[in-house]
Structure formats: structure tokens, C-alpha cells
Design a protein around this ligand. Structure first.
Ligand code: CO
Length: 208
């Protein structure tokens, strides 16, 4: 990727968009009403719009290392509130990906400075599901399962917020857990049974 050529590529992109729809940017400037909030990993191989075939204006996006939703992260909490309460998205997707470097880094005994508290959130996921994960002898499969369980736990973190609880109750907002398989390009719906999980956590996390 030649940095000097990016502005030229941008011109090509503009031309391609206008070729299909001459009012594309005029309409884009009018405002946004995305139906999906997508929370994914910052990994350069795991794009958001491109892998979903989405256009600008269709998806509100949060990306960070290992698609985390820490309960005290101001960025994640602000994005959820803005997307749910103001943009009124219909769906929230947490999308992890196999071979996630964040997950692997979290499993190493290495001092990574400011990354430590961030990655500790993934260590916490491991601790919660230690019995299941330790029973998987193949290291790669164990990491893959950790990626899936991390998605599940981050979905639970999404559901812990009062805005999401309100929207689930009042207008049937839905939360989805997905994993992107880098080796095949496929998006997999983990079909997490949120009703069951919600029932289980309601006792502790119910706010509204
Ligand atoms: Co990742």
C-alpha cells in the first residue's frame, strides 16, 4: 500500500460511486440512519463494511483490539448509547474472528504495558470458561473456542447496559454474536441463546 497513492485511489472511488449513483454523496451528506451497530476487531484483515457487503451509511461501527466491550470503556459505552438511544439501531452485532492476535496475546505470560489491562478482559473470559477451554487439547481449536466465548461474553456486556436493556424491552432490539473465519471469508452466526443467558444473568444485571 503506497501511502502517496491513497489520495489518487480516493478519486477513483469517488468516480466509481458517482458512476452508479450521481447523488451518492449528496444523499450521504443528508444524515445517517444505520440499522446495525457492529462491534469488531481492529485487525486489518477483518474489515467491517466490506465483509458484510454494506455501503457507507448502513453500519455504525466500533472496532478495537479483540472486539471488546469493557463496562468502564467510555468509547464503547458512548457508542452503544449513541447507536441505541439516538440512532435507534435495530441490531447490535459483536463480531470476533478466528486467529485473533488479541486473544493469543492475552494467553501469553508477557508484560505488554498498557495492553495488560485491556487484554486482562480476555483473561477474565478464559477464567469464566476455564473448564471447557482446558478440556480442548488442540491449541488452535482452544484459541478458536476462546474467540467464540469472548464474543458471547462481550454480547453479555452489551446487554448489561441500561440503554440496551430498555431497547430490548421497548422495541425488540436484537443482539447477535458472529465470528469471521479469515481462512474462508465466512461469517458464522454463533446463534447464542440470549434468552437463556438473559434469564441467567437477569437476577444480577437487570437495571430496567
Ligand atoms: Co483480532
Amino acid at each position: 500500500m503506497d501511502i502517496a497513492r491513497i489520495l489518487g485511489k480516493n478519486q477513483q472511488w469517488i468516480a466509481a460511486k458517482l458512476n452508479v449513483d450521481s447523488k451518492f454523496f449528496e444523499n450521504l451528506a443528508l444524515g445517517q440512519s444505520p440499522e446495525i451497530l457492529y462491534i469488531g476487531c481492529s485487525d486489518s484483515r477483518v474489515t467491517a463494511e466490506e465483509l458484510m457487503g454494506a455501503q457507507p451509511g448502513e453500519v455504525f461501527i466500533l472496532r478495537n483490539i479483540a472486539n471488546m466491550v469493557p463496562n468502564t470503556d467510555l468509547s464503547a459505552m458512548s457508542i452503544i448509547t449513541y447507536a441505541v438511544t439516538y440512532l435507534k439501531v435495530k441490531h447490535i452485532v459483536v463480531c470476533g474472528h478466528y486467529a485473533c492476535g488479541g486473544g493469543k496475546a492475552a494467553m501469553q505470560s508477557e508484560d505488554m504495558g498498557i495492553l495488560n489491562p485491556w487484554l486482562r478482559n480476555i483473561r477474565d473470559v478464559y477464567r469464566i470458561h476455564k473448564t471447557e477451554l482446558n478440556a480442548i487439547s488442540d491449541e488452535e481449536l482452544r484459541y478458536d473456542r476462546l474467540v467464540e466465548l469472548n464474543v458471547q461474553e462481550q454480547c453479555i456486556n452489551v446487554i448489561k447496559t441500561s440503554d440496551v436493556q430498555k431497547a430490548i424491552k421497548e422495541r425488540n432490539l436484537t443482539v447477535h454474536g458472529w465470528v469471521f473465519d479469515i481462512k474462508t471469508g465466512k461469517l458464522k452466526d454463533l446463534e447464542i441463546d440470549f434468552d437463556h443467558i438473559l434469564e441467567d444473568i437477569r437476577e444480577i444485571y437487570r437495571i430496567v
